[in-house]
Ligand binder design. Structure first.
Ligand code: C5P
Length: 234
């Protein structure tokens, strides 16, 4: 899969999601869609099947983190939903990530892409030190978790676009960087602290950008999506 713009469909119902996706019907490029916890917990697996049936690629963003056996069995269930990409927390350890890959791999050897969350962007140095007792610099922790994900055989990490270059330097150009925190130069930043434009994310080498409110809350979501694609892909 090449570079793509993934729209974060952070809605709390199927009705709102389909009203939004209907806007994109008939477009030459079918948007890659991210289904997060909010929508998945509201609607269950049927929302995944229905969005897939409409022809969209799907990133199922459920960030699994549990004992290896539980994650392995859960990944086997998610794999049957035929999503294109899913994820887990690298903090679950290398053995949890390896178990996840095993669970995700179908009998014919195919599987969705598996991406690790390193440190959430909501965790800063102070909280990491005080709450988690991790005393290394956060950049080092992020790269260490990325390396663990690569060692476990995962396909890449979710990271800030500001970290994408370093992740590629450390884990290889083929190791995918999926980057949220994207904003247009003339747009609202909202609650995202460290942001980058789609064009800058392309420049720094992000493989996928995850864009929510700049598209979902735009007056013209289709125009906002096309602007993202123009800056990031074309
Ligand atoms: O609306 P916005 O563009 O900020 O949405 C970004 C999406 O990426 C949300 O679904 C958010 O949960 C997700 N995300 C993030 N930062 C991370 C991991 C995921 O913003 N570190």
């Amino acid at each position: 899969m090449g570079k793509d713009v993934i729209i974060a469909c952070d809605f709390d119902s199927a009705a709102k999601t389909f009203a939004f996706l209907d806007l994109f019907e008939g477009l030459a490029r079918k948007p890659f869609v991210k289904i997060g916890m909010e929508l998945y917990y509201a609607e269950g697996p049927s929302i995944v099947r229905e969005i897939k049936r409409r022809g969209h690629k799907i990133f199922l963003d459920l960030k699994l983190h549990d004992i290896p056996n539980t994650v392995k069995k859960s990944m086997a269930v998610l794999s049957r939903l035929d999503v294109d990409m899913t994820n887990l927390h690298a903090a679950g350890t290398v053995s949890m990530m390896q178990a996840a890959l095993e669970g995700l791999t179908r009998e014919d050897g195919t599987r969705p892409l598996l991406i690790a969350v390193t440190q959430l962007t909501s965790t800063d140095q102070e909280r990491m030190e005080k709450d988690l007792l991790i005393r290394e610099p956060i950049d080092k922790v992020v790269l260490h978790y990325a390396k663990n994900a690569a060692v476990a055989g995962l396909d890449g990490v979710v990271c800030s676009p500001l970290e994408a270059g370093k992740v590629h330097d450390t884990c290889g150009a083929g190791f995918l960087t999926v980057t949220p925190g994207v904003r247009f130069a003339d747009g609202d930043v909202g609650d995202q602290k460290r942001v980058m434009t789609p064009a800058a994310a392309k420049e720094i080498g992000s493989d996928y950008i995850v864009v929510g409110r700049p598209i979902t809350a735009a007056d013209d979501p289709v125009a906002a999506y096309e602007r993202c694609c123009k800056e990031f892909i074309d």
